[in-house]
Design a protein around this ligand. Sequence first.
Ligand code: PMP
Length: 353
Amino acid sequence: MFNYRIRDLVKSNIRNLRGYEAREVPCRIKLDANESPYGLREWDCRKIARLLRAVKTNRYPDPGAEELKRAAGKTFGVSPDSILTGNGSDELIYYLTITFGGPVLYPVPTFSMYGIIAQALGEQSVEIPLDRAFDIEIERMLKAVKRESPKLIFLSSPNNPTGNCFSVDRIMRIIEKTKGIVIVDEAYQPFSSKKGFLPLLGDYKNLAIMRTMSKVGLAGLRVGFLIADAEIISEVNKVRLPFNLNSISQAIAVEALKDKGRLDSNIKKIISERGRIYKEMGAMSGIEPFPSEANFILFKVRDPEGVYNSLLKKGILVRDMSSIIKGCLRVTVGRPAENTAFLKALKEAVSDL
Ligand code: PMP
């Protein structure tokens, strides 16, 4: 008879792992997950029908996602063999960590998956707190580079959940000082006024960049890109599952990338709404919004739990970040009407409490 505890069979690093918390909370206005409010619903139905009809669901997908890599290559101005596609960029973080191992170094607070994946794979992670302006604490980071010799350094810029970009000169110093690989995670770069790191790829062999289609309308399709020197790509490609990106996601992502006008106009709308929300929040007493280069805004309130619950009672879901950054919630920029409803509910929440 099986009288062991399953728990005792689990590897110790997994037994103690707290997985990523992605809960479905019922709500009317969903502003918690940094998604785009604009998706396929805005597309012409005939175009979607045509795309779907051409997908051979009885066949495996193109293992190398070649057409998608060509389209992405044009978008990012790189050659397709500098690109690896992932089932979301989450999967690429996994593959990078499997390929190179740890230590994995990153500043905190940041995107939690860098640490979760390192732990899941039994790799050491090294976390260095950001400074008071949410920028990289460069001297401590460089000391950690020297002391720990990390194989991978993840820098989310713009950073989730703080919303700011890290100083370019600090990122450059890390790239120049490390013998490991620096991954600049540019999930939110489309919303940023800063240039990003793609133009520097050719100059630094140990620089890699991650991009995703999740923040520009295709989160449900799971499409991410690793862009790096062809040697990095071919090493990481060895651990990629053969058919990691399904045919429908490949087909729709190609079309979305080709429709640059639509992508850009949605991004513009979000940037403009971000400006409006930031300004209006800043004018409310008891709210301190932080400037953002992303599609969300981190903000500080006196009673984060009270404000979170008060918003949720009105059907508006934001993300409670207070266990990571004292007093803070994070709101994703939605459609104009959703943002207006959020602002109204927030005003009421802070005046009620
Ligand atoms: N990087 C950062 C900084 C993120 O915030 C996210 C999503 N929350 C991801 C990567 C993962 O994106 P994807 O949906 O492509 O897996």
